[in-house]
Design a protein. Sequence first.
Length: 128
Amino acid sequence: MRDAINETEHHLRTAGFDPDRFVGATGFEKIEAFRDATEAIRSSDDTRRRFEILARQVFARFKALLTEPSARIFAERHDNIETCYRKLQEKRDQAHVTEVLKALHRIVNERFEPMPRGTTTPRASRWT
């Protein structure tokens, strides 16, 4: 467990974020730290993919040791990694929806022409 968390935190440091910023942080300070961490992770696709792989290893090991009382000393570090991971997933889901909406707007704009001001009946469309 310790090795997985240390490797994931080392990866965060390599990406340009110091995970020690989470220690003792509360409120807006912690929110800002999570934002900075996710920005560092998103610096490249390789950085992001590697973080996701490492984070999933942390989750699997933590889940396996959940009933072990000694695993609780890693709970906060696990939760910080999990929060970063979830924020990345939110951004990806949001980006996907945005792309779908943009594609839908393009289709609508290609299919329909606006009516000139003062016109009450639609013009014949080239698509009918």
